[in-house]
Design a protein around this ligand. Structure first.
Ligand code: 5RP
Length: 223
């Protein structure tokens, strides 16, 4: 078993009968959703709220009942992946491009658990490029301001060379910062930049982290 599978399957144990569950996106959340599909087949009653079209497809394949975010009140628990996590339960998300829906779902959740392999735990955020979702209209203006601040923005592309589009048909600029000394200040600055829809800093969302290790064990850290 790889560390992602260990983390994803362990976190699934926190889902209880009757819960409304936010379903994350990515290759670690994948294992949680697969396990949840097994539990639903055995009779567990849950309602899922998806964070991307890819997760919607996966959840439907596993017969997990779904509701639109608009139609639920609070979400009991969201389980999602992350690209980096620091010791203060802050993280970078959006490597898979789903940061906007992921943050909306996390914001509506009473609790969020992140599932990560051991390699995602860092001292300082920023070695992983920080995704910033921007509207296509005038995005070069935003890019210019990010360049001026020394953030080395790179427009994300699909493998075929075309510009990457999010589920909301926006672009992503990945910032190559290396070390983000003050994530709160950067988050505020990005959120105030016209054209920015969302950024991948998730600073106050994770209540627990499940870390999978390649030796086969999982560690649960509670905030
Ligand atoms: C998608 C995300 C993912 O949760 C994040 O990229 C981690 O992905 P993976 O589990 O595949 O490493 O934020 O937008």
């Amino acid at each position: 078993m790889n560390s992602k599978q260990i983390a994803g399957e362990k976190a699934c144990e926190f889902i209880e009968d009757g819960m409304v569950v936010g379903l994350g996106t990515g290759s670690t959340a994948y294992y949680m959703i697969q396990k949840l599909g097994d539990r639903v087949a055995e009779g567990l009653q849950v309602t899922g709220v998806v964070t991307s079209k890819a997760t919607e497809k996966l959840a439907k394949e596993r017969n997990i009942p779904l509701m639109d975010l608009n139609d639920v009140g609070e979400i009991d628990l969201t389980i999602d992946g992350a690209d980096e996590v620091d010791g203060s339960y802050r993280g970078i998300k959006g490597g898979g491009g789903a940061l906007l829906f992921e943050k909306l779902v996390a914001h509506a959740s009473k609790k969020s658990i992140w599932v990560v392999g051991e390699d995602k735990v860092v001292e300082t955020l920023g070695a992983f490029p920080l995704p910033v979702e921007v509207v296509p209209f005038g995005y070069k203006q935003v890019e210019r301001q990010l360049e001026e601040r020394g953030y080395n923005p790179e427009l994300r592309h699909f493998e075929d060379g075309s510009i990457y589009l999010t589920d909301s048909q926006n672009y992503i600029l990945d910032l190559h910062i290396q070390a983000i000394e003050n994530p709160e200040e950067l988050n505020d600055w990005l959120n105030n930049l016209p054209g920015v829809v969302e950024n991948g800093l998730f600073l106050n969302y994770a209540s627990s982290i499940v870390i999978g290790y390649s030796d086969g064990h999982a560690e649960v850290r509670e905030k």
